[in-house]
Every structure is written in C-alpha cells, then in structure tokens.
Design a protein around this ligand. Sequence first.
Ligand SMILES: NC(=O)C1=CN([C@@H]2O[C@H](COP(=O)(O)OP(=O)(O)OC[C@H]3O[C@@H](n4cnc5c(N)ncnc54)[C@H](OP(=O)(O)O)[C@@H]3O)[C@@H](O)[C@H]2O)C=CC1
Ligand SMILES: O=C(O)CCCC(=O)O
Length: 488
Amino acid sequence: MVSLLNPALFKDQALINGIWCDAQSQLRTKVINPATLEFIGSIPNMTDVETKFAIESSKNAFSVWKKYTAKERSTLLKKWYDLILINLNDLAKLITIEQGKPLVEARGEVLYGASFIEWFSEQARRIEGETIASPSNDRRLLTIRQPIGVCAAITPWNFPAAMITRKVAPALAAGCTMILKPASQTPFSALALAELALQAGIPPGVFNVITGDPSPIAHELTHNSTVRKLTFTGSTPIGSLLMAHGASHIQKSSMELGGNAPFIVFEDADIDAAVEGAIISKFRNNGQTCVCSNRFYIHTLVYDEFIQKLKAKVEALKIGNGLNDCTSIGPFIDENAFIKNKEFITDAVSKGAELICGGERIYPDGLNGFFMSPAILINVDNTMRVSCEEIFGPIAPIMQFSDEKEVILKANDTEFGLASYFYTQSLARTWRVSEALEYGMVGINTGLISTTEAPFGGIKQSGLGREGSKHGIDEYLEIKYLCMGISS
Ligand SMILES: NC(=O)C1=CN([C@@H]2O[C@H](COP(=O)(O)OP(=O)(O)OC[C@H]3O[C@@H](n4cnc5c(N)ncnc54)[C@H](OP(=O)(O)O)[C@@H]3O)[C@@H](O)[C@H]2O)C=CC1
Ligand SMILES: O=C(O)CCCC(=O)O
C-alpha cells in the first residue's frame, strides 16, 4: 500500500459514471514497482463487458456536458487543475512508484500534465467559427465548431499522468466526453487524476476510466460506433492495429507513435551546450520517451571533444530508486525492456560497434529492479538495430559525419518522423537544416522541446494529429458549415 498525504488519491477500482467499480469477473491485475519489484496494488481486469457500460455512460453524459457553456466547462477544468497542484507531491510519488522515474522528473511531469488542463481550460473559451464571403447575394455562409462526441483514449506507461491530461483536457474543453484505458503497468496516476476530476465537480460519466485487458477493451472502443474518436499514444504496431479496427466505422483517430530521433552536432556548435542537450534528450526518463534522441551524428572535427565530455557526464549519472533525491536515472519499466536493450547492444557490438561505457545490469543499493547502467556505443552504422529501431532505453549510439547534405539524408532515412535535434551557431544552417529535416518537431540548440503551448506530434509512421497548442482542441471538434438562404 502506498502511503500518501491524501490517501483518498490511491484508487484501485475503475471509474464508470462517477462510481468506483470492480470487474464483473472480480479478476484483478497486479501492479509492481519497477525499482523494487514490490507489489503496489491491483486493478480490475475489465473487458468488453464493462467497456460497453462505460460507452453508454459517456453517451448519456455527452448529452448533458455538451450543453454546458464554454465558461462553465472552463471553470470546472480550472478547478481540476488547482486540485492537481494542491496534490502535487502525492501525484509525483505515485508516478515514481509505479513508473520508476526520479521524483524530480515526476514532479515535472505533474506540472507539465496540469499545464494541459490549465491551457485547455483557457482554450475552451476560444472555440470559434467563421463567416465566409458568399458567391451570391441570396446566401450567407458560415461555420460553427461542435464537439465530436464520445471519445476514447489509450495511453502508455512512460508518462502516466501527462499523456492522460494531454488528451482528456482538450476533449472535455471541446465538450466531448472521454473513456480512458491507461497502461496496465501505471494505472494509479490515472485513477488519482480521475478522483480529482470528480472532486472538481466534473459530472459523472464525462471522464470514465476502465482498466484491464487491452485487446477486448480496445476492440469495443474501436468497433462501437458510439465512440467517434480514438486518441492513442504508444507503439506504432498497436497504433496501426487500432486505426485498422476503427476504419470499420470511419472512426476519427489521432496517433502519437514511435520515434527515431536524430541528434546532429555540427562543427560550429557550442559543444558544452550540445552535451547538456544530449544528456536531457537521451537520458530523460531513462531514455523511455518517444522524443528521446535515438541516433547521434557528430561532425568529425568535434567528435573527440563531444565523446569525451558526454562520457564524463554519463558516468556521473546516479542510478537508483527514484524516491531518493540524488537519483537521476531510474529503472526500465519491465524485464522485457531491459532484454530488448541488451539485445541492441549485443547486435551492435557483433557488427563492429564499441561499447565505451555502461550497458550492464546493476543492482543499485541492492535493489532488484530493472536497472541498466547508461551506455554509449561508438562506431555505430545503419546496419545495426540500434540505429533503425526505437531504443526506448539509456543507450546513446554515436556516428561521425563530415558533410551537411550527407547527414540530412541519413537523419531522414527512417520510417519515423517525430522529433529531431541539431546544434549549430549558423543562422543560415539553422534554416536550411530545419526545413530539410522530415520530422514533426525540431529542437535547435536544445534537447527539450515539449511544452503545452507548442504542437506536439509526428509525421510518417510517427503518427497523425497534434496535441497541445491551439491546434490540440481541433482534434475533438467537427466543423459544421451553415448555408443560409436570404430572400432579398
Ligand atoms: N510513443 C510513445 O510514447 C510510446 C512508445 N512505445 C514504444 O512501444 C514499445 C513497446 O511498449 P509497450 O508498452 O508494449 O507499448 P504498447 O503500444 O503495447 O502500449 C501502449 C498502450 O497500448 C495498450 N495496448 C497494448 N496492446 C494493445 C492491443 N492489442 N490493443 C489495444 N491496446 C493495446 C497498452 O495496454 P496495456 O498496458 O494494458 O498492455 C497501453 O495502454 C516501447 O519499447 C516503445 O518503443 C511505448 C510506449 C509509449
Ligand atoms: O513519450 C511520449 O509519448 C511523450 C513524450 C513526453 C513529452 O515530452 O511530451
């Protein structure tokens, strides 16, 4: 049992129509702490049966919620935001215990997650239509924007709070209702957020949370034509599967999928800044974010300096239980993630790469969790899995280059297109490279790009749609065109 300042935040039931409930089967799934392997609690193992109830509840709630004025919705979202800030420390502790990230990052995630609720509480009041110049005097043309209706979200374990608010807040701001299925490995943050939404006065059924077996739940969410929109963050294969399911009734979807971010350091870069950016963009959340740098391209003229400085910083990272204040790197989410990363290293080394630090299983302070020391691989090439697949772990694969055109070709040579990064002090190169990179997001002289105010999303197989920013709410609105005949 987790000890919290506000014990009411630890919920181990699903929330349907404002009522905390168990699975009809009474089956439950265990959740463990990935740093200690200790049992945290368990959650109802629901299936399509409970999903149908949740959809019905969301449908009924939609008929009420869509009639709230924009200001009323905005006020309730703002109350939710305020309650999250009041409970910041408990929510951060829950994230660290179920996901493993250091407490300082978990606090950052709660604030980042809350910022979407604050932002969309403001955007709720800026949903606007347009008037259109008419081609004839006997007609007037205009548009209004209306909520899509019942929406569903399926979220991953790497950001147990922020991936929820980034989807739920714009949906509710638009006047939609939402059914969430959080990741089974990190459900407690989502359930705590739902409890706070109830306390804020968001009406029953507007935000439902169901936990359990992803296949039957997702099957119902994607085949039931009441659910007009699905938003997903996770792996590309599951995103593709969900889109295919939803296609049966032309379900609208937004997808935030895998990445393979290049991180390019040109010869005119500020190397200390580039090393700092590399540490943040590669090792944040133990490398488990979709925008983490996946491949480093370093210009030959600054290669030795970059490697030497990066290695010193990587070796200084403190690995351990995220609840300890000095920890900068936590565990993998599970053993499979550890094994996958070990295989990346073995594959790369067998093809000629050199492991210059890390890559070992470790037991910091005697902990049994899924820990690996952060690794740097040099002499990497594009035949190695580590440069083609999403790593999602603390491995930095490094390659050299000497020509701008060549490095852009290599950076774009992937089916992914989410985040990319480069370092230079040349203004002309900044524009050239920014325009040439085939990615939804480009970090220039920074390794940290995410913020509520900016559009987050990818191109190619990294996804569809944008989250956050003024565009995020559009994903939950339909445009309706009104054509008014006018007798003269
Ligand atoms: N873009 C991103 O931010 C993320 C990318 N990934 C990538 O995916 C890899 C694998 O991670 P993993 O956690 O397995 O990612 P998944 O895509 O499998 O999981 C993400 C979400 O999808 C759900 N899910 C799993 N299987 C199905 C299914 N058949 N139908 C519907 N929903 C499903 C999961 O539920 P449940 O938890 O119940 O299994 C979870 O809620 C990572 O190593 C990383 O490369 C992973 C997470 C986030
Ligand atoms: O990994 C993700 O899907 C979310 C990235 C977190 C962020 O930077 O917004």
